[in-house]
Design a protein around this ligand. Structure first.
Ligand code: SAM
Length: 355
């Protein structure tokens, strides 16, 4: 049997990036012990190169996120802690997501690129193959992770500028950049990124406003950045934009829903970005049973919360809302507005970043 290797990822990379994929093998950037989280169905699992080298290689050369840190490093990563972890905080992203984002960059040779979120350093190494180490700067908020990545990059023969800092501030010392490549989720695109991108330059980022996660590609105009959504994604949030959660208000209000909640949860990506625009910060999670019963939970990760329960037999839908915002009312209203617009799909929406 042939041992897994870069060839197993080649179908995920476009011809422009295949050379880089072969030039920097992912295994050089993955620690001996880590948590593999496949992108498709199937649970995560522990990989330990010393204990089971074949399993480790299979995971590294599959379309899996390889988690290398939990709880910002406050908890040691072990099989037990990783399997129970509430928050994964650093990783080598899934190769399909990495290469889809790299394609969106549409780089020209000689471009200068800023990466936000160094992680293991594998993406930075791929960027170095394409742009040259002296054209790549990568910013990592976690000092330990940055140190580790810089050492791995050095061993692999690459020397990008590795900066420890808050990537939401970019890295003005190296600006302007032709390409800005963000590898952690953002709810809001910091305007500093627009300022540090050369007019005509491109910013790609995982935009994760609360409902859904979207790959976004923006072009800087000199005053703002404008662009469209290019597919789904799920990324670890940038530290500065995480929402810690707050205790819920206890002012419960009960009402009856006008719209079947399943219409809202199944409306799709066009509605998701409409909701993110009209009712910022709202998260929506739903579940359904075969008998027509369903439940939707809405939160703003602050004091506001809504629970919507539809009974399949009576078809009655009861809404319980708390806090200063009536989150279900906002979602229902936005849904009906979006229906009134003719239910536009995600391709009809865009994002503009201004000061
Ligand atoms: C998904 S990982 C990056 C994957 C990486 N590009 C790779 O290919 O290995 C996200 C990284 O972003 C870092 N991060 C989170 N918030 C950040 C911030 N404000 N500035 C810079 N890096 C940040 C995390 O520490 C984590 O290492």
């Amino acid at each position: 049997m042939v041992s897994p290797g870069p060839n197993d990822l080649a179908h995920l990379a476009s011809p422009e990036w295949v050379e880089a994929l072969h030039a920097v093998s992912r295994e050089q950037f993955i620690p001996g012990a880590a948590w593999a989280a496949p992108l498709g169905p199937g649970p995560g699992y522990w990989i330990d190169r010393a204990a089971d080298p074949e399993l480790w290689r299979r995971a590294v050369y599959s379309d899996s996120v390889i988690v290398t840190q939990i709880d910002d490093g406050a908890t040691d990563l072990t099989e037990k802690t990783a399997s129970q972890a509430a928050s994964f905080t650093s990783s080598s992203s899934a190769p399909s997501n990495i290469f889809e984002f790299l394609d969106l960059l549409e780089p020209y040779s000689g471009d200068r690129v800023l990466e936000i979120g160094t992680g293991t350093g594998w993406t930075a190494a791929l960027l170095c193959v394409r742009f040259g180490s002296n054209n790549v700067t990568t910013v990592e908020v976690d000092e330990q992770i940055a140190k580790q990545a810089a050492a791995t990059l050095d061993r692999a023969g690459y020397a990008p500028t590795v900066v420890v800092g808050d990537g939401t501030e970019g890295w003005p010392e190296g600006a302007p950049y032709d390409r800005l490549h963000v590898t952690c989720g953002v709810r809001e695109i910091p305007y500093t990124w627009v300022e540090q991108t050369r007019p005509g330059g491109v910013i790609v980022a995982p935009w994760m406003p609360g409902v859904g996660g979207h790959k976004v590609r923006l072009t800087a105009t000199g005053e703002c950045a404008v662009g469209r959504f290019r597919g789904t994604c799920g990324y670890m949030m940038v530290r500065a934009q995480r929402r810690p959660g707050a205790s819920l208000a206890d002012d419960e209000r009960e009402s009856v829903a006008r719209v079947d909640p399943r219409r809202v949860t199944r409306a799709g990506r066009g509605f998701e970005v409409a909701l993110a625009g009209v009712a910022p910060g709202v998260t929506v999670a739903g579940s359904e049973s075969a008998d027509g019963s369903s439940m939707v939970v809405l939160s703003d990760l602050g004091p506001s919360h809504a629970l919507v329960r539809r009974d399949g037999a009576s078809r009655r839908t009861v809404v319980t809302q708390r806090g200063p915002r009536n989150l279900w009312d906002e979602a229902e209203e936005t849904y009906l507005t979006w229906v009134g617009w003719g239910e536009p799909g995600i391709d009809r929406f865009g994002l503009t970043v201004t000061p």
